[in-house]
Design a protein around this ligand. Structure first.
Ligand code: NAG
Ligand code: NAG
Ligand code: NAG
Ligand code: NAG
Length: 425
């Protein structure tokens, strides 16, 4: 079945689909991932990227060094074992605050630079994740750069991968100024930095499905996924990558036609007769499986960042007050999409790990549960600069999906450093 036919299969119902889209959370994702952000000119960010200002404070000279040593000790205690179960815990107050800010780091996407966009509260910056069983040391940029010395770490995925990448580049920039050595694609989809001081390369590859295929565009109103092989845009570079950090999920909710080994498996959000609706959960599973297999097959290290929850919580994305919380939740269990997407990832991760039998380094960065407790960490209306400068409108666009930088994602990278540390002991 050719591409044309699939287009037909959707175009019949195009108008209905669009109406549905306008009314469902899928619309939120569509809008959040595409329309509003594509209007932001990332070129303006490029210049500042090359001259990232180094902040003065480093973790070792801060007043909390004693506390950090203790935290270090408690993590060292379990060295050579699996990481402690850091997924269970709570967010506790942290007076020190982030290592970088929206004016010291030049690589933060405008819509996630909440401080620069006039977000008035700053309390969301002063929390740290406290697992029940251990402590997470504050991010130590030098340690990270030492751990990745002469190596290349690549983020592969969607805009959540970019969110985590930008956090990492900002954190590392506090001790070493990177050179942006490669940039390609609309909206900074492909970038590569070199930290000369340690010969470390950090890059990002846009690949929201991980597997091969085609994203919807002008004349294609749905995505096409080829589930049996990874996207060559990053797959072809695997040889030169040491550590792959995978982060995807939300794009799988979009309308799509799925292929495997040349034949159609089915569709999602496609109601035409020739396309059987098969949902996206099994497809998501296959995409993760194909990816882990490819990376492990190339004997690369792989870190799977689990699904990042949004906090629209049933409200329309343009409603005033969506995700306007200023503090973390204290108790909220995973449910629905968040629960299911994470479960699929963890099952595939465990299966891949068993298959690799210790021969390939493979770890999950299980951030879903800790992140669902951070409704306060999203840009909300501050995805646009100073949204209330002309008074409070009835409707305002909110980003309750990505995370402010600095913000909760910095914690993900603090945990990632512990993963690397265990691998390099
Ligand atoms: C950001 O960090 C720089 C360097 O530490 C500092 O001079 C500046 O005041 C900070 N800005 C804000 C808004 O905190
Ligand atoms: C820098 O790292 C790359 C791998 O990322 C390696 O091929 C190269 O030899 C390293 N250069 C030096 C000077 O160690
Ligand atoms: C459905 O598929 C069959 C066989 O592949 C094809 O002949 C037919 O034209 C298709 N119908 C539509 C409406 O696309
Ligand atoms: C959040 O928005 C709702 C609805 O506009 C409002 O009632 C509430 O006071 C807001 N909360 C904060 C903390 O701004």
């Amino acid at each position: 079945m050719g591409l044309k036919e699939q287009q037909n299969c959707l175009s019949q119902r195009k108008i209905i689909v669009y109406m549905i889209l306008a009314l469902t959370p899928i619309a939120l994702f569509r809008l959040c991932f595409n329309n509003p952000f594509s209007t932001i000119d990332d070129n303006s960010l490029l210049d500042s990227t090359a001259h990232v200002v180094i902040t003065n404070y480093s973790s070792s000279s801060s007043s909390s060094s004693h506390e950090e040593e203790e935290a270090q000790e408690s993590f060292d205690h379990i060295k050579n074992e699996a990481l402690c179960d850091y997924t269970e815990g709570k967010w506790i107050r942290d007076e020190i605050g982030p290592l970088y800010n929206g004016s010291t780091c030049g690589t933060i996407k405008e819509g996630q630079n909440c401080f620069r966009h006039g977000r008035p509260d700053s309390g969301y910056l002063y929390w740290k994740w406290k697992p029940n069983q251990c402590d997470i040391p504050r991010f130590d940029a030098n340690r990270f750069l030492d751990l990745m010395k002469n190596k290349h770490l690549a983020f592969v995925g969607d805009s959540m991968a970019r969110n985590q990448l930008e956090s990492l580049v900002c954190l590392l920039s506090t001790v070493s100024i990177p050179d942006l050595i490669y940039r390609n694609g609309e909206d900074n989809k492909f970038r590569k930095w070199r930290f000369e001081s340690h010969n470390v390369t950090v890059s990002v590859y846009w690949s929201p499905f991980l597997v091969a295929g085609e994203e919807k565009s002008g004349n294609l109103d749905h995505n096409v996924l080829q589930l049996d092989r990874v996207n060559e845009k990053w797959g072809n570079d695997l040889e030169s990558i040491d550590t792959v950090v995978v982060s995807v999920g939300h794009w799988f909710l979009h309308p799509a036609v799925y292929y495997e080994s040349g034949s159609v498996l089915g569709c999602h959000s496609c109601e035409a007769s020739n396309c059987t609706e098969i949902g996206f959960y099994d497809i998501f599973r296959k995409a993760i499986r194909t990816t882990l297999k490819a990376v492990a097959g190339n004997r690369r290290e792989v870190i799977l960042t689990t699904f990042s929850p949004s906090h629209f919580e049933g409200r329309p994305w343009d409603s005033l007050g969506a995700c306007n919380m200023t503090e973390p939740y204290e108790g909220k269990v995973l449910e629905g999409l968040d629960l299911d997407m994470r479960r699929i990832e963890m099952e595939e991760f465990k299966a891949a790990k068993a298959e690799a039998a210790g021969e390939v380094r493979l770890e999950a960065l299980d951030v879903t549960a800790m992140s669902v407790l951070r409704p306060d960490g999203h840009p909300g209306p501050y995805m646009y600069a100073f949204p209330f400068k002309n008074g409070v409108p009835e409707r305002v666009h909110n980003d309750c999906l990505h995370w402010c930088l600095p913000g909760p994602v910095d914690t993900w990278n603090e945990i990632m450093i512990e993963v690397l540390r265990r691998w390099r002991v």
